[in-house]
Write a protein that binds this ligand. Structure first.
Ligand code: PLP
Length: 374
């Protein structure tokens, strides 16, 4: 038997919605695009939504629209998916890392101020694994220092902090719809903002620099083709309409894991903080401090041998060779990220993961851990 790390949740409703687009003449820039964007505005509670072909494209366009480029610094976390940092580097700006809080796994609000310089233009924090903890405090620091705030909420669709939804914290925010995210469009992303000018800029960049009135062959600026087709949008409309169902299913699977793993001493499981309404992205556990990276990799290898897919979310971004080389980062620069990263395991996690498979994963994991004595 194989236990998969992730699976999308696609029903006949999604298949029918996609088929309907395929039977129409409008495969791109058609009615499903507007509909998908409108549905997002309503769900998140923001004025403008711009659908793009990936979360990465969305984050890059936000930085471009906010005028970030060479000579600027953007503060972010080294404990994230590489795309967060790639987008900063794609603009020519410099990523400046701030270490994480060991409990929340998000950028540590207490350490942000000491990283701000006269070149700091923006902060781009990430709700890692869907956790919005501390985003209210990051917002306060950004306002105090008058720096832009771009929310990489690619892992947090459906989360909220004290009733404030993920996607409403920064001037601009971006969700992503790769098949392992809470909802999927196959590939895709969504930019959200309340600023009309920024929204128009992103819509223009997305579509070859076309202006809203310049016609098909009038190009007002250097643009890209980051459009999301109506086929993807149709899938997204149905998936978004099911988001509360998805959240509940994921909450249930997370609950099973929490219950079944509770008796392994010293194992750290992400706890939701007061005020956090967590929309789970992946389910990670952290091995005790006495375990090294080699021990962790051994556990991962043994899980895989037993047909259980598991992963090392996330290796520290500052130690990815091309980034370490370009900016001179070394081991030890962000010790909390490195320590957490070396002991973390993402377990199989998706909407319809059956309870007996969660049980199997937990039993196997317990057996493997008990045989490894660091
Ligand atoms: C998934 C993800 C992205 C990028 O999404 P893509 O759609 O794959 O480009 C960006 N940031 C974070 C934190 C992510 O998890």
């Amino acid at each position: 038997m194989r236990v998969y790390l992730s699976r999308p949740d696609i029903t006949e409703k999604e298949i029918n919605a996609v088929t309907e687009v395929l039977r129409s003449p409008n495969l791109s820039l058609g009615p499903r695009l507007d509909e998908f964007e409108q549905a997002f505005c309503e769900y998140i509670g923001r004025k403008h939504a711009i659908a793009v072909n990936s979360g990465t494209s969305g984050l890059f366009l936000c930085l471009k629209a906010l005028g970030i480029g060479p000579g600027d610094e953007v503060i972010t976390t080294p404990f994230t998916f590489i795309a967060t940092v790639n987008c900063i580097m794609m603009t020519g700006a410099k990523p400046v890392f701030v270490d994480i809080n060991e409990r929340t796994l998000n950028i540590d609000p207490d350490k942000i101020e000491s990283a701000i310089t006269e070149n700091t233009k923006a902060i781009m924090p990430v709700e890692v694994f869907g956790n919005p903890a501390d985003f209210d405090r990051i917002e306060v620091v950004a306002k105090k220092h008058n720096i832009l705030f771009i929310e990489d909420c690619c892992e947090a669709l459906g989360s909220a902090l004290n009733g404030k939804k993920a996607g409403t914290f920064g001037q601009m925010s971006v969700f992503a719809f790769y098949p392992n995210k809470q909802m999927t469009t196959g590939e895709g992303g969504m930019i959200l903002t309340d600023d009309k000018h920024l929204a128009e800029l992103c819509a223009s960049y997305r579509n070859q620099g076309r202006g809203s009135h310049s016609g098909w062959l009038g190009h007002e600026r250097l643009g890209y083709n980051f459009r999301l087709s109506d086929i993807n949008c149709a899938l997204g409309i149905v998936q978004l309409s099911r988001i509360e169902e998805f959240k509940a299913k994921r909450q249930q699977v997370a609950g099973w894991y929490q219950q079944m793993l509770a008796d392994i001493s010293d194992l750290t499981i992400l706890q939701t903080e007061d005020g956090c309404d967590m929309s789970w992205f992946v389910f990670v556990i952290r091995l005790p401090k006495k375990f090294t990276r080699e021990h962790r990799d051994n556990v991962l290898g043994q899980l895989r041998e037993r047909g259980i897919q598991a992963s090392n979310y996330f290796p520290p971004v500052h130690l990815q060779p091309f980034i370490a080389e370009q900016f001179g980062f070394e081991k030890g620069d962000f010790p909390i990220t490195e320590s957490v990263s070396s002991r973390t395991i993402a377990l199989p996690f998706y909407n319809n993961l059956p309870r007996d498979q969660v049980d199997l994963v937990c039993r196997q994991l317990k057996e493997i851990i008990s045989k490894i004595t660091p």
